[in-house]
Design a protein around this ligand. Structure first.
Ligand SMILES: [Zn+2]
Length: 309
């Protein structure tokens, strides 16, 4: 018996030694009396951050809370729920997903009572790719996520190029589904009374835009349209809060990137030859440059190649 207890204790100690590091805290930034940004740490999902690296927006309405983007797992979702509890005792009644990538939707499962809202295409993409995203997250953070399941939206807004205005919990919201930019089915949320725009990953700050699933030409056009909003605060999908001038800088960079690759293609250069001709000094300052610049060039090159047929 004594031996058994010793063995059990040894197993427990071993288990603790292998335990994952604690999830980093979010940074709550109060934008106005009813809207907070919960800024996640920068970087890719990893063992170190336990998959927590997304920005979320918390809108405290009349009876309940609207949460925009729910995190990369049930664990991140719970982490966000705890952070929300520090801001209000009201329950989360609505969750909005800006796009289908796992870091933005896999926390939905924690908010089972809430209405989940996204674009139609985003809902379809969650159904199609959700399980792959869970597996990818597990491999990036180094442990299984037995309680994470993709939960698609129950309420959706129409297809591309639509704007729908709704008042939810007494808060006026404009749901804007632009032409697929960062992903197909992107959706942004504008609060006209608060002058706040929530951009999902169409808008990222101090971190390189990830183009793996993107349509780069649309993205540059969407960034132009963003500037027509009278937004005084912009919550990006990743990185610190932005202003409209940051959007105009991102727009210029994106358009120049596309034009540079298009020029290479037209000269008959391959994608790797084209890459050498690009001026990437501005991109190089951004988080995630090394991990993404190659696939960003390839993706854009492929897009241009396909559109020329
Ligand atoms: Zn993201």
């Amino acid at each position: 018996m004594k031996r058994l207890i010793t063995i059990v204790i040894l197993i427990l100690i071993n288990g603790m030694a292998g335990a994952a590091p604690a999830m980093p805290q979010s940074k709550a930034v109060k934008i106005n009396e009813r809207v907070y940004a919960l800024l996640g740490p920068m970087g890719q999902p990893s063992v170190h951050n336990q998959g927590y690296m997304v920005n979320s927006t918390v809108i405290i309405g009349e009876q309940g809370v609207i949460l925009i983007d729910s995190g990369a797992s049930d664990e991140v979702g719970k982490h966000l729920a705890n952070a929300i509890r520090k801001l209000t005792t009201k329950p989360v009644t609505h969750v909005i997903n800006t796009h289908h990538h796992g870091d933005h939707v896999l926390g939905n499962i924690v908010f089972g009572q809430a209405e989940i809202i996204s674009s139609e295409i985003c809902r379809d993409m969650v159904n199609k790719t959700g399980d792959e995203w869970v597996a990818l997250m597990e491999s990036l953070i180094g442990h299984k996520l037995p309680n994470t399941r993709p939960i698609p939206a129950s309420v959706t807004f129409a297809g591309e190029n639509s704007r729908v205005e709704r008042t939810i919990q007494g808060v006026k919201l404009v749901f804007w589904v632009p032409k697929g930019s960062h992903t197909v089915g992107d959706m942004m949320v504008y609060m006209p009374d608060d002058k706040i725009l929530v951009g999902g990953d169409i808008l990222v700050n101090r971190t390189i835009p990830v183009m793996r699933d993107a349509s780069v030409k649309n993205w540059a056009e969407t960034l132009e349209q963003v500037q027509a909003f009278d937004a005084s605060t912009i919550v990006p999908g990743h990185g610190p809060l932005m202003q409209l001038q940051d959007v105009s800088r991102l727009q210029r960079q994106m358009a120049a990137f596309y034009a540079g690759i298009e020029a290479g293609y037209k000269k008959g250069l391959s994608d790797s030859e084209t890459r050498k001709t690009l001026d990437v000094r501005e991109w190089k300052k951004l988080e995630g440059f090394d991990a993404n610049i190659g696939s960003n060039v390839s993706r854009t090159y492929l897009e241009i190649e396909q559109s020329s047929f």
